[in-house]
Structure formats: structure tokens, C-alpha cells
Design a binder for this molecule. Structure first.
Ligand SMILES: [Zn+2]
Length: 501
């Protein structure tokens, strides 16, 4: 037998393998891991807080594992730092907008503490949400400069050029990650009115995504459009690997997967949509595993979860110092006890009824009207502080009074796309353009003139054409504080006044 020594066979095999590796088109796959950390709709919630015992099991906070003493940006900073260390820096931290309007941090400092603290946490990218246009254009621009922002559908009206970078490209372990922003068009907000225009978000994204796919391995949309709209975005702008969403305050405990029907854009064959509810109570974490076999890295697999920000996570000292600097002066005024709630005032309808009753009392009007969307939080059973009222109604809109006939009041109710809360009256829509209504228990008199109290913001939106007869030097929020102070103890009125007459 003509045997070949074993060693020689081994050598030949090794040589063959090495040769194969040198052949064109052959390479062993490369793998990378990227962690996407995210928040959305934090709305000035820089310090920990508690939710009430949930009334509705479908609500996001009803589904959270922890509801008491949660959140706080200084704890979030510690958690982010830990994950950055654990992933050897292969993590990107982003926020999907609505940083401001939620607590006295926004009311008293125009939201500056939020961005200062976020800069300390080290956000890599953020998209402005509709509430972030709340202040003047100068304030908006100052905020945007404090952390890296992206937005592809926002333009400077004067120049027609993008107001912010449309996207940023990050390199993580050699993999290129593009992050672009899209936000909900919000022309009615002060900064927008002063000089910003919005482009149609889906069309803008559909144009941009193919460009980004040429430049990057992974395409992430930072979206302040809302959960339903994000699914439309995934379909209308194919090729997005991940949508980090906001606006709808949706709690996706795990990523939502929208298949794309086999487009080769992403190897998971679809788009992952994530959103971390609200108020920084949880930190979203999406771990992507990337694979490159020749061409580009593609998403091979993923895992995602929401991490509760609980009291066992210590404060990051640098971030805590920033929060404390701004919180101390607020604690004096907003920390004052104003009364007691015998039960929890849930936003709908109890807080809505409360704000309407308070405005009517403050103005002496026959009826008061207030929008559903401007009620942002519950008032939890027990001791009430001015701070609690400011988180339920985090706005400084002045109360205004108009003289209106019964017929005009009915027309106003028809104008509201989402039917508003009321005081002094009850009403019910009959179809889209007919209202049944009582004022002080009697059917509304179409020709009689009533005094109607509302807020300046709603006058601008829905009361156009009706002259304001009086502007009170008091906000709707302050009227609630006075209302509670005068009574000391308040009980929620749970009647749905817009569905009765
Ligand atoms: Zn929001």
C-alpha cells in the first residue's frame, strides 16, 4: 500500500483551506452586536413618581411590573452607563421626542433642565416631538443644539433648507448605522408659526431611505408620528430596519414586527417597531445581531425588552446634580399641600370635569369648555400638591371668556374633532353635526347669550370669529389649585358630561 504520511495529509488540508480563504468571493462571516437604547415622551419627568392603582387594565402603566417610585433621569443615566460598559460601547441612546411639557420643569424653565440632563446622560440622537415646538423659535433652536437632533421633514421657512440634520451615521465596530428623524407636522405650535415648515413625513422618508441604505448597513427611523403611523411608515418607506417611535405613548413590551413581504432590505424581512411608553419610567433596549458575509452587515436576529427604572438603581451623581439645581426652587412653591383627594381623579372624565368646573368658578361664566388632549395626568388619591396639578395640566394657558348664543355654543362643539369637556352644561352629539344640549339643567336656548369660559389656546383653534370679552389673569391650572384650596377636600365627578344632555 502506497501510504501517504498523516502529517502530510493534514498539511495539504490546511494549505487547501488557506487557499480557499484567499479565493475571490470567499470570506468567513463577521458578526457585530449593536444595542439600541431608547426613550420617548418623557415630558419633563426628571424625578421619580408613582402611578395610581390602575382603573383600566389596558393602560400602559397597568401592564408595568413596577408602578411606584419609578423613573428619574439620574437613575436612567446609571442604567445607560452600565449597559454601555456591558456592551463595550456598542450602544446608541436615542429619544423619540416630546421631551418637554409635563411638569414644572417645563413650566418654569422652558424645558432647559430636560436637555441639560439628557446631554449629561449622553444621548446620541433625538427627534423633536410636537410638544417640543411649544416655546419660541429661539428657545427651540437652543434646545435642539443641546443634544444631537435629527429630523428629515422639518425645514427653515426662510431658507427652505433642513432645520436640523436629516440623519446621522454612526460607526459601531465597523458597522454603519444610519439614524434619521421624522416628526408629526405641528404648524399650530409657537416655534413652527415663527418660521418652520413640515414636509409630508412618509414621502420624505420614502425618498431618504434608499439613499441611506447605500450609505449604511442598518437604517433606524426615529419617529414622532405615533404607533399606528409607524406601521404605515414601515410600509410606505420600505427598507427601514428599526423604527424607534413616540407620540402615542405606546408600551411595546417587546418589539412589534411588521413584515415587508420579502424585500431584501433587511435580513429579518421586515421592520421592528419599538416604543417605551412615556415619562422615562422604563428604558427600551433592542439588541441587534448583525452578520456580514461578503457585502454589508444585515440584521440577523434581535431581542428587545423594556427595563423598569426602579429605586434600586442609584442616581448618577452628575445628572442628579443638574436635576437638583433646578428642582430645589420648584420644591418650595409646587411642593405645597393644597388639599386632599378622597379618591383618584383619573384623567377621563374626572380631571377633565375638575378643570372645567374650576374655570367656570374662576370666571363666573355660565359654561366652561376644555380640550381632552390637554389633560395629561391623573390626580392620585390622598394629599394633593400644586406639583400634582401641574403634571395633570402642565400648561399655562390663560382663561378667556366669550359671549355666545346657544346656537353658537352648539356650533363650537361641532367644530371640535375630539369632543371637549364641559362644566355648567351637558351635551350629546347626534351624528356629526347635531348637538343635544342642556345648560344649568334646561335645554339650551339657541337665541340666548351665554358666558363661555375656555383657554386662549382653544380660542385660537376653534373659537375663531367670536370676540373674546375678557381675559383673566389666571391660568386654567391655577384655577384648579384655587378650587381645591377653597374646598380642602375634593371628590372626583365621574360623569361623562359629553355623552349626556
Ligand atoms: Zn407625548
Amino acid at each position: 500500500m502506497n501510504s501517504v504520511p498523516k502529517r502530510r495529509i493534514t498539511c495539504t488540508l490546511i494549505m487547501a483551506c488557506l487557499l480557499a480563504l484567499c479565493l475571490p468571493g470567499y470570506s468567513s462571516p463577521e458578526y457585530r452586536a449593536v444595542s439600541v437604547l431608547y426613550t420617548n415622551d418623557t415630558h419633563d419627568h426628571l424625578i421619580p413618581f408613582s402611578y395610581p392603582e390602575p382603573e383600566n387594565p389596558k393602560l400602559g402603566y397597568a401592564q408595568m411590573p413596577f408602578r411606584k417610585n419609578i423613573g428619574g433621569i439620574a437613575r436612567r443615566a446609571t442604567l445607560v452607563r452600565r449597559i454601555r460598559a456591558e456592551t463595550h460601547g456598542n450602544a446608541l441612546l436615542m429619544d423619540a421626542g416630546d421631551v418637554v411639557e409635563g411638569t414644572p420643569f417645563g413650566l418654569e424653565y422652558d424645558g432647559k433642565p430636560d436637555y441639560e440632563a439628557m446631554a449629561a446622560v449622553g444621548y446620541d440622537a433625538a427627534v423633536p416631538g410636537n410638544h417640543d415646538f411649544r416655546f419660541s423659535l429661539a428657545v427651540f433652536r437652543a434646545h435642539m443644539a443641546m443634544i444631537p437632533h435629527v429630523c428629515a421633514n422639518l425645514v427653515d421657512r426662510k431658507t427652505g433648507k433642513p432645520e436640523l440634520p436629516e440623519y446621522r451615521i454612526f460607526t459601531i465596530g465597523g458597522a454603519k448605522i444610519a439614524v434619521f428623524g421624522v416628526t408629526v407636522p405641528s404648524p399650530e405650535f409657537p416655534a413652527s408659526k415663527e418660521g418652520l415648515d413640515f414636509l409630508e413625513p412618509y414621502v420624505t422618508a420614502a425618498k431618504l431611505v434608499p439613499e441611506l441604505r447605500k450609505q449604511a448597513d442598518v437604517v433606524i427611523a426615529l419617529s414622532h408620528l405615533g404607533a399606528g403611523e409607524d406601521e404605515t411608515l414601515a410600509k410606505r418607506a420600505p427598507g427601514i430596519d428599526v423604527i424607534v417611535g413616540g407620540h402615542s405613548h405606546t408600551r411595546y413590551a417587546t418589539p412589534k414586527f411588521v413584515p415587508n413581504g420579502g424585500s431584501e432590505a433587511s435580513s429579518v424581512n421586515g421592520t421592528l417597531i419599538v416604543q417605551a411608553y412615556e415619562h422615562g419610567v422604563e428604558l427600551g433596549r433592542l439588541d441587534l445581531r448583525l452578520r456580514k458575509d461578503g457585502g454589508r452587515f444585515t440584521v440577523m436576529s434581535y431581542t428587545g425588552k423594556l427595563i423598569p427604572i426602579t429605586s434600586d438603581i442609584p442616581d448618577d451623581p452628575k445628572t442628579a446634580k443638574i436635576v437638583a439645581k433646578y428642582y430645589k426652587p420648584l420644591a418650595k412653591t409646587y411642593g405645597q399641600v393644597i388639599g386632599e383627594a378622597t379618591d383618584t381623579f383619573f384623567t377621563m372624565p374626572a380631571v377633565l370635569n375638575l378643570v372645567c368646573d374650576s374655570m367656570r368658578e374662576a370666571s363666573g361664566a355660565d359654561v366652561a369648555i376644555y380640550g381632552v388632549g390637554a389633560v395629561r395626568g391623573d390626580l392620585v388619591k390622598g394629599t394633593l400638591r400644586a406639583w400634582d396639578v401641574a403634571t395633570a395640566i402642565p400648561y399655562s394657558n390663560k382663561i378667556q371668556v366669550l359671549d355666545m348664543t346657544g346656537e353658537q355654543v352648539k356650533q363650537i362643539l361641532i367644530r371640535f374633532p375630539v369632543k371637549p369637556g364641559v362644566s355648567g352644561m351637558k351635551y350629546r352629539m347626534v351624528g356629526a353635526d347635531k348637538v343635544e344640549c342642556t345648560i344649568a339643567g334646561k335645554p339650551i336656548d339657541d337665541k340666548a347669550v351665554y358666558k363661555v369660559a375656555t383657554i386662549d389656546w382653544l380660542v385660537g383653534l376653534y373659537f375663531k370669529g367670536y370676540p373674546v370679552t375678557k381675559t383673566l389673569d389666571i391660568t386654567a391650572r391655577d384655577s384648579i389649585v384655587n378650587y381645591i384650596r377653597a374646598r380642602k377636600t375634593v371628590t372626583p365627578d365621574k360623569e361623562d358630561r359629553k355623552n349626556g344632555s
